[in-house]
Design a protein around this ligand. Structure first.
Ligand code: PLP
Length: 366
């Protein structure tokens, strides 16, 4: 099958580098690592990832089911709120269920009585500087924070989930925030059997002090007598994938513009939401172009980048670091052709695992 752009290309050898770091961290720290499906749910590579991780965590019924059916191993269920019609099925797929509020824990006390239950805690601090993604923002709905309210329900739960890191590559900041968590929640942590510290920790990054991180997790586990979980999303798949596009047209409107057969809004939405530009490599050379998407959104722009040579129609543009929060968020805006999903195997062979057609577009609506 000849591969036409656009497509996401997952490179297993790059994914392997992250997986090996995760496996090393698990070994050194004793912590368990669950893939956060909300970041990455491309199940074609789950067979590959399974050997290096302990299971999955979820934020909805669909995700917990996918984790259970496609990844297996340990499956955590969490959701900001479960509906009455979902809860039985959620419980049927999960090893642990983590409620976002005491009210939900109460509401589903009977239905969830058969599995391990936990509660999300909100420590009121986070590493996020972007309001939209800050779980500790003012009036946050994400978790309980009042120790006095949580203590009385300790007979029904055995652990906690605390997610307050966000693309945090700074170990000292993680360490300081964990100390605040310990100070705030010590009476609860001492009664817990397990604590998940969530995702958002960039520990697979090249310069991250993995040994110090492992030691800190181990110390935390020892101090409170808890099993520690991590829920890496982005850290699991970072730098493993590119979005492969082709130049369709070139314009000069005071700047050199290149239009590609993709759309930042449809295929890499997070960049638009967080006002970040895409990553291109090597991004050096005398020819600067603004790389633009093909939707009719005026600001559908991947960014400005430098090239060694002048671009021509038909040139390939590879957008780097395109695994996290991309495939799970892609959409049919403008009816733009949805990128296929391809995998580069360890031996270099490229396999297309999914292509999207007009029928997929039509069937996404009625
Ligand atoms: C988003 C999220 C994660 C994954 O976060 P990453 O930044 O992708 O590592 C893990 N746990 C919870 C509860 C989350 O909301």
């Amino acid at each position: 099958m000849s591969l036409t752009t656009p497509y996401y290309l997952i490179d297993k050898s790059k994914l392997l580098a992250n997986m090996e770091k995760i496996a090393l961290l698990r070994e050194r720290s004793g912590a368990k690592a669950l893939l956060a499906l909300k970041c990455f749910a491309t199940w074609s590579v789950f067979d590959f990832m399974r050997d290096y991780m302990d299971g999955t965590t979820s934020s909805s019924l669909n995700e917990v089911r996918l984790g259970h059916e496609r990844f297996g191993k340990e499956t955590h269920a969490y959701s900001v709120a479960y509906a009455d019609y979902e809860i039985d099925e959620v419980v049927s797929h999960a090893d642990k269920i983590i409620f976002n509020s005491i009210a939900q824990l109460d509401r589903f006390a009977d239905k969830a009585a058969g599995i391990v239950r936990g509660l999300r805690l909100n420590p009121g601090i986070s590493s996020s500087s972007f309001d939209l993604a800050d779980p500790a923002r003012p009036f946050s709905r994400l978790g309980e924070w009042d120790v006095k309210k949580v203590e009385p329900v300790m007979d029904r739960i055995s652990g906690f989930m605390i997610h307050n890191n966000c693309e945090n590559g700074d170990f000292d900041l993680f360490d300081r925030m964990l100390r605040v968590i310990e100070e705030k929640f010590a009476p609860l942590l001492k009664k817990a059997e397990w604590v998940s510290l969530g995702g958002g920790i960039h520990f697979t990054g090249e310069t991250y002090p993995l040994e110090k991180f492992a030691e800190r997790l181990k110390r935390f586990a020892g101090e409170y007598g808890v099993e520690v979980y991590l829920e890496p999303g982005e850290a699991s798949i970072t730098r493993s994938t590119t979005l492969e596009t082709t130049v369709l047209d070139l314009l000069n409107n005071g700047k050199d513009l290149a239009i590609v057969d993709s759309s930042i809004e449809a295929h890499m939405l997070d960049l638009l939401i967080y006002r970040e530009k895409a990553k291109l490599s090597p991004n050096t050379g005398p020819h600067r172009y603004m790389i633009c998407g093909k939707s009719c959104l005026a600001g559908d722009i991947f960014g400005e980048f430098d090239f060694e040579n002048e671009l021509k129609v038909g040139d390939r543009i590879s957008i780097q670091d395109a695994a996290g929060y991309t495939m799970v968020k892609k959409n049919w805006f403008n009816g733009v052709k949805m990128p296929a999903i391809a995998i580069r195997e360890l031996d270099g062979e490229i396999k297309t695992v999914r292509e999207f057609t007009y029928a997929d577009y039509e069937e996404s609506l009625s």
